[in-house]
Write a protein that binds this ligand. Structure first.
Ligand SMILES: Nc1ncnc2c1ncn2[C@@H]1O[C@H](COP(=O)(O)OP(=O)(O)O)[C@@H](O)[C@H]1O
Ligand SMILES: [Mg+2]
Length: 274
């Protein structure tokens, strides 16, 4: 029998959420969802921004989209002008809920904690502070106001990502089908295991999936249970129109895929609590 061309690894163990069922009604408990990979350009910001919209608009949760990447993509996708100030890392030094930095979006219940230039030094700030759970504590305190916090993470492996792992209830890892993405997933799985005793589950998501391409098709066949987001111009349009897919084209297959992904996340969170 010919050896199958494996495009993505099968990761053994319970950290991978591989069985998805219909989502139960979400509970009121706060949860932090990190969208993270060690790789850039894989769709993290796009997924984080769209999931935050689903959390607010579909589940009716008070939701905070927290941009931890100096590139400021999440704010941009909601049409926010970048802050001239350099205050985004102050909250880490003071451990104060950053109320004055939080901005409203056009969508009911959805707020953004934008990044600014100061985020570039966040790793050094966190290392200097020496509190391993500073980000987790801030998320906990924001959890008094928000039922869902979605972290848009930069592609790094450092003190910040270690703190993200400790703060998260669930880690979404977007993977465009490629051997490099597969390696990125292996690194994330290892990092999660290294930095957290209570492993938050990892949910890999096939992102930018183009079923016309053989490699992508093979990746889909290898991992049929993983949620997927298609490569689609309507998803690209988020950056042009500065609105999420659900607002641009609610009936599109891409919007439906984000909804399915969101339901899978809510299900995973409910499963963790029970
Ligand atoms: N599913 C998709 N289909 C088409 N384009 C996409 C899709 N997801 C992301 N993109 C585009 O790919 C680029 C990188 O996406 P982004 O979300 O910024 O990645 P990351 O945050 O991982 O760097 C952006 O130009 C974005 O518009
Ligand atoms: Mg990004």
């Amino acid at each position: 029998m010919a050896k199958r061309d494996r495009t993505l690894p099968r990761i053994a163990g319970s950290v991978i959420a591989n069985r998805l069922r219909a989502a139960p009604t979400p509970g009121p408990t706060a949860a932090t969802i990190a969208v993270y990979s060690v790789k850039g350009g894989v769709g993290k910001t796009t997924i984080a921004a769209n999931l935050a919209w689903c959390a607010a608009e579909l589940s009716g949760h008070r939701t905070l989209l927290w941009d931890l990447d100096a590139a400021g993509g999440s704010g941009f996708l909601y049409g926010l002008e970048p802050h001239a100030s350099r205050q985004a890392t102050d909250m880490f030094s003071r451990e104060e809920a950053p109320d004055k930095l939080i901005r409203r979006t056009d969508f009911e219940g959805l707020d953004i904690l934008p990044a600014d230039e100061s985020i570039r030094t966040i790793d050094a700030t966190l290392t200097a502070i020496g509190k391993r759970k500073r980000l987790a504590r801030l998320a906990e305190s924001l959890g008094q106001q928000y039922q869902r916090i979605v972290l848009d993470c930069p592609p790094v492996m450092n003190e910040l990502s270690a703190q993200v792992v400790r703060a998260a209830d669930l880690i979404i890892v977007p993977l465009p089908p490629s051997p490099l993405s597969a390696r990125a997933l292996e690194l994330v799985v290892r990092e999660v295991a290294d930095h957290s005793k209570r492993h938050p589950p990892i949910l890999p998501v096939l992102s930018m999936l183009d079923m016309r391409r053989a490699l992508h098709k093979a990746a889909r066949e290898e991992n049929p249970a993983w949620p997927m987001i298609p490569y689609a111009s309507v998803v690209e349009q988020c950056a042009v129109q500065q609105r999420p897919v659900g607002a641009i084209a609610p009936q599109s297959p891409s919007a439906q895929r984000f909804i399915s992904l969101w339901k899978a996340i809510e299900h995973k969170l409910a499963e963790r609590r029970s």
